[in-house]
Design a protein around this ligand. Sequence first.
Ligand code: XMP
Length: 513
Amino acid sequence: MDTVLILDFGSQYTKLIAKAVRELGVYAEIVPWDISAEEIRRLAPSGLILSGGPASVYAPDAPRVDRRIYELQIPILGICYGMQLMAHDLGGQVLRGEKREYGPSALQILQTDTLFDGLNPTEEVWMSHGDEIRTLPKDFVCLAKTPNVAHAAMKSCNGLFYGIQFHPEVAHTPKGPEILKNFLLNVCKIRPHWSPADQAQQLIEQLQRGLADARHVLIGVSGGVDSSTAAVLVHRAIGERLIPVFIDTGLLRLGEAERTQTVFEKLGLHLRVIDASSRFFAALRGVTDPEEKRRRIGAEFIRVFYEEAQKLSRAVGGIDVLVQGTIYSDVIESAGARGADKIKSHHNVGGLPEDVPFRIIEPLRNFFKDEVRQIGLRLGIPEEIIWEQPFPGPGLAVRILGEVTPERAKLLQRVDAIVREELGRAGLARAVWQYFAVLLPIRSVAVLGDGRAYGQVVAVRAVESRDGMTADWFHLPYEVLESISSRITNEVEGVTRVVYDITSKPPATIEWE
Ligand code: XMP
């Protein structure tokens, strides 16, 4: 299979390069910048991409490649720092920039080249760099410039090495995908054929081989797309030897456990639902601080999961393997540029005791969220799970401001269910990134019959977002707000006021706690 390796020099955009390449139908993997030439030879990629990064090539601790990679006869594309490093390594000169250039710029193509097939003579590109190249290495030609940068693109005369100062992987470079495609198809001579959905069968076969000796395999399922996809994959590989477990914390959305169980049943998996709600409510008694709530829920989750795992292991005659739904973004976010193999702790199994008697496997470790969705769809997982909105690990506990009690959790579940139903009815469920209700720790005056009363106040939140890092409040139609409000006050006793949250992130966060 044609593979591209991306050597990561720590740019915030490295992950986007991998995504962009994969979206073009070519499998790309991010590797640490200090990977050796032997290792690259062993992996036999069809192309290499050197990512951007914050360093200057002249800094004493600047990350550098194993220079023998230039002798492997593999095409290399250097992006930003990657281009400067290539120029520096091959005898060019890099100029220390006086000031950073950050933002849009006009690329002017000086020489037609296969890298720029399909581009206009001038194209908009996105710049983010301090240093720039003063003189090209011998046997390189300059392909393009911008008003600020004399060498915005370069190419070696043998046609193997390319460098571009701008970032083709960001949306602000509209022809970026075109340039990457040209590099992959025209320079690396790759025929794109990779698709994540096509990987499903291969993954199943790999799991069959890898788990041949396992007596039983355990997975903690949350009802979300990652763990569900991982569970179905492993089930297809080893059938009933997989034991999927769902822990009901009492802090889930209304009907979540039953809904997940029904879906799994349809997929042929027997989900074991463990009602541990009383333990979670006990752990949260008297706690109002959000971080303390998170800490206690995380700790209790691990205790419950581990105890259940031990019980199940005794009951079935041995569990050897634990499956985690870790995905690529979890892996690379926690690994950092140097590629240390540290895996982000997940709220469900992250803090298991050191000596767990299980081998841990992560079948989705190499896939991005969108790719996991495609694999899930290929496996027949229903759309309601595939497109489920994000739900925080600590669940409703961070939407119940103040103390979490079973009564307050039940009340919020009912309110939240109305919000979800009404958005679904309005056809907005997919358009809105996240939508939910929050139970406030105050009461407000209400008119009940002939008298005054103090009722509960709930806030409704709906936001649009691309990645959860920033968000805008969603302009829900008045009619939808109207029906949400009247249904909540009519159907949920005790709630007498509904407010709508009209703040964006920043400054507010998506969750209230
Ligand atoms: P904030 O509130 O920080 O949320 O704007 C960003 C995204 O993260 C989710 N979120 C959490 N997810 N554990 C999680 O697994 C948490 O403690 C947590 N807090 C927030 C939130 O729902 C949103 O999607």
